[in-house]
Design a protein around this ligand. Structure first.
Ligand code: RI2
Length: 351
């Protein structure tokens, strides 16, 4: 059994909710578009198929697409019998699929650089080892950030989360925001989660609620526009969201709607946290608003489950992410601790 097989076996025994894994030279991926009604596992034998799956959001979530980048390159390694060019070109194809979440491009770039530096004769073994190291490290980060994040969660908290920053968006334990929430829950804290449905892909309604149910964590689904009022009513007293990218000044780029919740939280004096990993901090990005946000098809807004919900002539817009200024963020939860302002100085220590 090679190391990847051993790890996969170990993770299965741990009961992780993995978004993607490799078995018998094939990738297996849960098609997240079908959840929660159907757990469809898609088999992937070619990198093209995986690239399409990322683009079409069959697999999504910043951590998960970073991991998918690793698996895609390992698939190319296996398929090509260790051809370096094939592995590098798979990386290039994969990182072009979704531009905003930085984990994908950062992880793939890391592997491309490693591939380039590897001697040809031991390339297969060395690259496989490196890929496994990164997969292990990602899961380790997820668990560690959960522990640090749990320190900001108090007994009796009512926590708002947006989109889905959970196991299937990460390595399978709880991703980022839900690792924090899950760890706090496992530690015995009495908590309640409000999850926003997250139009238009409905990650919150379809996936966050599904995972919270699996983990046995009490929760209530709300529509995205309800958060402010519930904060005013005192029904929500903390916010924890994931992150697709963090700029070097601490600005947060996350699922569109996040900024709106941060504004409401600030107005109501409610702490707002993002859970992330040091790999999601983009030190090349000075401020969040400098980023080119991914715009997705208007079809995803005008249609629900393939059904047109507007008139034929209605035009729609879908920026997939927004930017929350660092001054609205109480803390950035990472695998090395909770980072607080001044962010430029404190984040630079993680370089
Ligand atoms: P982690 C999602 O994007 C959301 O923005 C969500 O907050 C994030 O990824 C979760 O990723 P999409 O891929 O921060 O659903 O948990 O568009 O890694």
């Amino acid at each position: 059994m090679d190391r990847l097989q051993e790890l996969t076996q170990q993770w299965k025994e741990e009961n992780l909710l993995m978004p993607i894994w490799m078995e018998d030279k094939r990738l297996h991926m849960i098609d997240q578009r079908k959840l929660p009604h159907k757990t469809e596992i898609v088999e992937i034998t070619q990198v093209d198929q995986l690239a399409k799956g990322i683009k079409d959001m069959a697999i999504r979530g910043s951590g998960a697409i970073g991991i998918a980048g690793v698996y895609g390159m390992l698939l190319a390694l296996k398929n090509s019998g260790g051809n370096k060019e094939a592995v590098i070109s798979a990386g290039e194809e994969l990182k072009a699929t979704r531009p905003t979440a930085v984990n994908l491009s950062k992880t793939v770039n890391r592997l491309i650089e490693y591939a380039k530096s590897c001697p040809e004769d031991s390339f297969y073994e060395a690259f496989m080892e490196k890929g496994c190291d990164i997969l292990e490290e990602q899961l380790e980060f997820e668990k560690r950030l959960g522990k640090y994040g749990s320190e900001v969660i108090d007994d009796g908290d009512s926590i708002l989360t947006h989109c889905h920053s959970g196991a299937l968006a990460g390595s399978g334990f709880g991703g980022r925001a839900l690792s924090v929430i899950r760890t706090a829950f496992l530690e015995g804290k009495n908590i309640h989660v409000f999850c926003c449905e997250t139009r238009p892909y409905l990650q919150g309604a379809r996936i966050t609620a599904y995972e919270l149910e699996k983990f046995g964590i009490p929760h209530t689904l709300i529509t995205d526009g309800m958060s402010g009022y519930l904060m005013r009513l005192g029904k929500i007293n903390k916010v924890v969201v994931g992150s697709d990218r963090v700029a070097s000044n601490g600005d947060l780029i996350n699922k569109v709607g996040t900024y709106m919740h941060a504004l409401a939280a600030k107005e109501n004096g409610i702490p707002f946290y993002t859970a992330t990993s040091s790999h999601t901090i983009d030190f090349m990005l000075k401020e969040g608003m400098d980023i080119d946000v991914e715009y997705r098809s208007e079809y995803e807004v005008t249609h629900l489950n393939g059904q047109l919900i507007t008139t034929e002539n209605t035009r729609a817009l879908y920026p997939a992410f927004d930017v929350t200024p660092n001054e609205m963020i109480s803390g950035i939860i990472t695998e090395v601790g909770v980072i607080r302002a001044p962010y430029v100085t404190e984040l630079s220590k993680l370089k």
